[in-house]
Design a protein around this ligand. Structure first.
Ligand SMILES: Nc1ncnc2c1ncn2[C@@H]1O[C@H](COP(=O)(O)OP(=O)(O)OP(=O)(O)O)[C@@H](O)[C@H]1O
Ligand SMILES: [Mg+2]
Length: 182
C-alpha cells in the first residue's frame, strides 16, 4: 500500500472552501486503484451533456481516472489514452463518452478535423486530457480538474461551475474509504 498523502489543510470558512482553486476544493487520492475508483464515482455523478477538463503533468493520473469512469459505464474493453488518434469515442448505453488527449495536437484548428463540434450532443460526456492545447475551439469545462503528484498519491484541485456539487456527492459516495481525503 502506498503511503498516505499528506494531511489536508484544516477548516477554513465555507465561502473559502467553495472558491474555485481554494484548497478546500481539493481531494487527495492514494494509489492508482483509488484513482480508478474516483472515476467510477464520477460516472455516477456526471450527467451528460458535460465537459470535464483533466489538467496535469505526464503521469498525473488523467487516463487512469477516465478508465474507471468508462468501465463503470459499461465498456468492457481496454481503455487507453488516445495519444495518437487524439479522440476515442465510447458509445455506451446511456451516454457517449468522448475521451480526448490533446498532448500531440499540433494546432487547435485540428479540432475541427476531429469533428468534435458534431459530437457534442446532449448524450456527450467529454473528458479532455491536455485541454490547454485545445485553445478556443475546445468547449469550456463544467468541471475543471487539476491533477498533481504527491508522494504515493495525487492531489486534484476542482474548479468550474459543477465543482461544488460534484465534490459534495463525492464526499457522500467515498465516505469511509481511507484512500481518499476529501
Ligand atoms: N492517485 C494515484 N496514486 C498513485 N499512482 C497513481 C494515481 N493515479 C494514477 N497513478 C499511476 O500513475 C501512472 C500514470 O497514470 P496515467 O497514465 O493515468 O497518467 P496521465 O495523466 O494520463 O498521463 P499522460 O499525460 O501521459 O497521458 C499509472 O501507473 C497510474 O497507475
Ligand atoms: Mg493519459
Amino acid at each position: 500500500m502506498a503511503p498516505r498523502p499528506g494531511p489536508l489543510p484544516g477548516g477554513g470558512d465555507d465561502a473559502e472552501r467553495r472558491r474555485p482553486g481554494a484548497r478546500g476544493m481539493t481531494l487527495e487520492i492514494a494509489g492508482g486503484d483509488a484513482q480508478e475508483r474516483l472515476g467510477v464515482a464520477l460516472a455516477r455523478i456526471l450527467r451528460p451533456p458535460a465537459v470535464v477538463w483533466l489538467r496535469g503533468d505526464l503521469g498525473a493520473g488523467k487516463t487512469t481516472l477516465v478508465r474507471g469512469l468508462v468501465r463503470a459505464l459499461g465498456y468492457e474493453g481496454t481503455v487507453k489514452s488516445p495519444s495518437y488518434t487524439l479522440l476515442e469515442p465510447y458509445r455506451l448505453a446511456e451516454v457517449d463518452v468522448l475521451h480526448l488527449d490533446l498532448y500531440r495536437l499540433g494546432d487547435p484548428e485540428e479540432l475541427e478535423y476531429l469533428g468534435l463540434r458534431d459530437l457534442l450532443t446532449p448524450r456527450a460526456l467529454v473528458l479532455v486530457e491536455w485541454p490547454e492545447r485545445g485553445g478556443d475551439l475546445l468547449p469550456p469545462a463544467d468541471l475543471d480538474l487539476g491533477l498533481e503528484h504527491l508522494p504515493g498519491g495525487r492531489r486534484i484541485a476542482c474548479a468550474g461551475p459543477r465543482a461544488g456539487a460534484v465534490l459534495r456527492k463525492l464526499r457522500e459516495i467515498l465516505a469511509g474509504d481511507s484512500r481518499f481525503r476529501l
